[in-house]
Write a protein that binds this ligand. Structure first.
Ligand SMILES: [Zn+2]
Ligand SMILES: [Zn+2]
Length: 153
């Protein structure tokens, strides 16, 4: 797995990794890795302040000709939502621990329920398609929801 290095919004190569949100399986050590693995990372752009959720899946049972084994999806959060997330981050004891049960880890895991209908990429690129997420209040809970685009292809 590699991590995207340039911002999808402003293209700046100033991404900082904030959190490991989810992790499943055995982390790939070698190029041809026979175990499935998936994780979700939260990054922030130090240039424009956008948040980027990177979802990664390594699935050796997938059809190599169609998709390859590595699939990436990206979701972008705007500055306002990132301010809220940064406040919550201060209450997270272990940002790099995907088993953490803090409010922010819970919140970001709700992104698992979002179907962005974006095409995956097989390697990170700052010109990839992405979907926008926003924080939505649902009773006492916040969830991540998809921002519907006007011009969905
Ligand atoms: Zn940026
Ligand atoms: Zn946490």
């Amino acid at each position: 797995m590699t991590v995207i290095t340039s911002c999808l919004v402003c293209q700046a190569a100033e991404l900082e990794r904030l959190m490991l949100v989810t992790e499943e399986g055995v982390a790939p050590q070698e190029f041809e890795h026979n175990f499935s693995y998936a994780n979700t990372l939260l990054l922030v752009c130090q240039q424009c302040g956008s948040g980027i959720l990177q979802k990664y899946s390594h699935d050796p049972s997938g059809n190599v000709e169609d998709d390859g084994w590595d699939m990436y999806w990206w979701y972008v959060l705007d500055l306002t939502d990132m301010q809220t997330i940064r406040q919550l981050l201060e209450t997270c004891p272990t940002p790099q621990d995907p088993t953490c049960n803090c409010a922010l880890h819970h919140l970001l895991r709700t992104s698992e329920n979002v179907d962005g209908s974006i095409k995956h990429m097989t390697t990170p690129t700052s010109h990839a398609d992405f979907a926008r997420l926003t924080l939505a209040q649902d009773g006492d809970n916040s969830t991540l929801q998809l921002v519907h685009r006007d011009n969905i292809i």
